[in-house]
Design a protein around this ligand. Sequence first.
Ligand code: LLP
Length: 417
Amino acid sequence: MHHFHYVGKELYCEEVPLKRIAAEVGTPCYVYSYATLTRHFEVFDGAFSSVPHLTCFAVKANSNIGVLNLLGRLGAGMDIVSGGELFRVRRAGIPAKRVVYSGVGKTVEEIDYALREGILMFNIESAEELELINSRAGALGLKAPVAIRVNPDVDPQTHPYISTGLKKNKFGIDVDLALKEYERASKLENVEIVGVDCHIGSQLTELAPFVDALRRLKVLISRLEERNIHIKYLDLGGGLGIPYQSETPPHPREYAEALINELRNTPYTLILEPGRVIVGNAGVLLTRVLYTKQTPSKKFLIVDAAMNDLIRPSLYGSYHAIRPVIKNDEAGEEVVDVVGPICESGDFLARERAIQKSTSGDLLAVMSAGAYGFTMASNYNSRPRPAEIMVKGSSFEVIRERESWEDLVRLERIPSF
Ligand code: LLP
């Protein structure tokens, strides 16, 4: 459920007409709904209320500090994958003690930063990383709390680019080798084993892969216990899908029930790392039609948002619904390609899509763009990145200004030679 809805013929975010935002802030821009973010977090987190748990929002899905701050105030922890994300989380006012740190390529600088801040747990992805974290913790006179990210080799049945828990993927340590790594870790002086972690992929629409992964982790944990290695945190990663088109992913309540059912009578604190399910349907990309263009084979709507603003359609062939901001029942529908101004044929937001007949100047909302939208945006074709807006009730605020042309060259220098 989200708070983008028509009032009469006009598309609103909560109580604000999107047309008003476009007039005041310009387009393209991302618009997020405070009520939707809150609801999604509370429904997800609430589904686990019967067990000790921490819901760590996956910052990569939407890293605006305004969004992070809101989730933090609702009690969220954070799942980070870089020093930059830790910086954002701290800037958003979230305690380091609520942060878990995943990612296959943590640098010395990032590890030191996270150690000094005192994060809850490093999710270790390789034997070499374990060594490095141990030695950096020693150098800083600290003890590093660690989990090993296990690659459980389950097929999440999702797009190959976003499946992460298969043997062939670069993530985690093979479930059969993890035991050996834990034994090694238990002998290291400057690490403390606190958890077991996995993350199998994103946009999952079935429960079975999550349950399979959890079962494999449980087997590992019992082997660890036989060796007197005891963990506190069981981190199951993120990955719950959302409806973009006709998908029917499990409700967070069903997801929670399935996991809790597997964990009966266990003492662990569950950690979840949801990203998309919290923010995906809480945001839209608002764009304006610049031109319509009829070619001998197709009709194109050329809009002012492009693949640099929202790359998911180009990169994954993802479907995002596109809705007119002003409905016109007389206009009828037509089949068009919705494309941006970028000089690549792969620059499209929708292909062969039936949408309300539009003319230049019309506003469109690209739906379900709150996750992996702005965070994957770039400046390709020297396009300033769009503004981000948060709506709460009848008011809205800019939570990231639109970049300027000046911003594009701010860090660049013409060399002296
Ligand atoms: N935890 C870890 C370690 C992850 O790698 C990810 C996502 C998550 C949690 C959150 O997964 P979620 O709940 O959002 O599915 N750019 C792609 C998605 C990439 C996901 C990468 N990892 C997209 O636009 O679909």
